[in-house]
Write a new protein. Structure first.
Length: 279
C-alpha cells in the first residue's frame, strides 16, 4: 500500500500547485507527462516553505521552519515522510539526483525572510534571489535533462536567469503587498516614497536582460520540457509588459494581474508556435 500513499502524496503537491498558481499549473500541463509529477512536487515544497515565512503570522515561524527543515532531512535520508508534501518532494529529489546544496540555498533564503526587511546592496539582493528562485529553476532543470550532466551545466546559467526574471517580476508586482503586509522591500536601496517612473524603468530593464538570456536557453531545452517552460516565460513576459504600461503609483497601490482569458491566449499562442516548430 506504499504506492497508494505515494500516489496520494503526489496528488497533494498537484493540488497545492493548482490552488496557489494558475500560471504555473498551465505551464506544467504543457510539459511531457513524465515531467509533470516532479514539477508539481517541487512547487509544493517551495510553496509550503514560503507560506511559513510569509503567512503564518500568529505562529512561531522560526520554529515551524526549523521543524519543516528537520522533517525534510529525515525524509531525504529515509525516503519517506508522513507529510505528503515532503514525501513527494523527497521522491523527486532522490529520483532526479537533485543537489542538496540547491535545497540548502533555498532554505537559507527562507530563513532570511524571517528577519530581513530590506536589501541595501546588490550582493545581498543577488544572494537572496539565487536561493529563493534560481535554485528552483535548477531543480526543475535537473528533472528536464534527466541525468545529462553536460546539458545541465550548459543550460544552468539560462535557468538561473529565468528564475531571477520570474522572481523580480513577482517583487515588482507585489511591491505594495510586501511593504504593507510584511514590511519588506527587496530592490536594493529602494525607498517606496521615491518610487517613480525612472526607478520602475531601471528595474524593468534589468528584468528584460534576464528574460533575453533565459530565452536562449529555453530554445535549447529538451522537446519534452520546451513548451511548458516557454508558456511560463510568455506568461511572465505578459505580466512584465502590463507592469511596464502601468503607472508607478498604481503599482504601489494595487497588485497587477493578468486576466485568465489572457493567460489562455498565452497558452494558445505558445502551443501554435511549438506545433509549427517555431520554438
Amino acid at each position: 500500500m506504499k504506492n497508494h500513499f505515494d500516489s496520494i502524496s503526489y496528488e497533494c503537491s498537484k493540488l497545492v500547485t493548482q490552488r496557489y498558481s494558475t500560471s504555473f499549473t498551465l505551464g506544467t500541463r504543457m510539459l511531457a507527462v513524465k515531467h509533470r509529477k516532479h514539477i508539481y512536487n517541487i512547487y509544493g515544497f517551495v510553496r509550503f516553505a514560503d507560506e511559513i515565512v510569509d503567512s503564518f503570522h500568529d505562529f512561531n515561524k522560526k520554529e515551524l521552519l526549523k521543524r519543516f527543515e528537520d522533517d525534510l532531512k529525515h525524509a531525504l535520508e529515509n525516503k519517506i515522510s508522513l507529510n505528503p508534501i515532503l514525501n513527494s518532494f523527497q521522491f523527486t529529489v532522490n529520483e532526479n539526483n537533485i543537489q542538496k546544496d540547491l535545497i540548502e540555498a533555498f532554505l537559507k533564503s527562507m530563513k532570511i525572510d524571517l528577519h530581513k526587511q530590506e536589501y541595501k546592496t546588490k550582493e545581498e539582493y543577488r544572494e537572496y534571489i539565487y536561493g529563493s528562485a534560481d535554485v528552483v529553476g535548477l531543480m526543475c532543470l535537473n528533472v528536464f535533462v534527466q541525468g545529462d550532466e553536460e546539458k545541465y551545466n550548459h543550460l544552468k546559467p539560462h535557468a538561473m536567469s529565468l528564475g531571477s526574471a520570474f522572481q523580480k517580476v513577482n517583487f515588482l508586482r507585489d511591491l505594495n503587498a510586501d511593504f504593507e503586509l510584511l514590511d519588506r522591500t527587496y530592490f536594493p536601496n529602494l525607498d517606496l516614497k521615491d518610487f517613480d517612473e525612472n526607478s520602475k524603468s531601471s528595474i524593468i530593464a534589468d528584468i528584460e536582460k534576464d528574460f533575453d538570456h533565459a530565452l536562449k536557453g529555453i530554445y535549447m531545452l529538451p522537446e519534452s520540457a520546451r513548451l511548458g517552460v516557454y508558456t511560463a516565460y510568455k506568461y511572465y513576459k505578459k505580466l512584465l509588459i502590463k507592469l511596464k504600461n502601468t503607472p508607478s503609483k498604481k503599482i504601489q497601490a494595487a497588485r497587477i494581474r493578468v486576466p485568465n482569458y489572457q493567460k489562455m491566449g498565452v497558452l494558445a499562442q505558445s502551443f501554435i508556435k511549438f506545433h509549427f516548430n517555431l520554438i
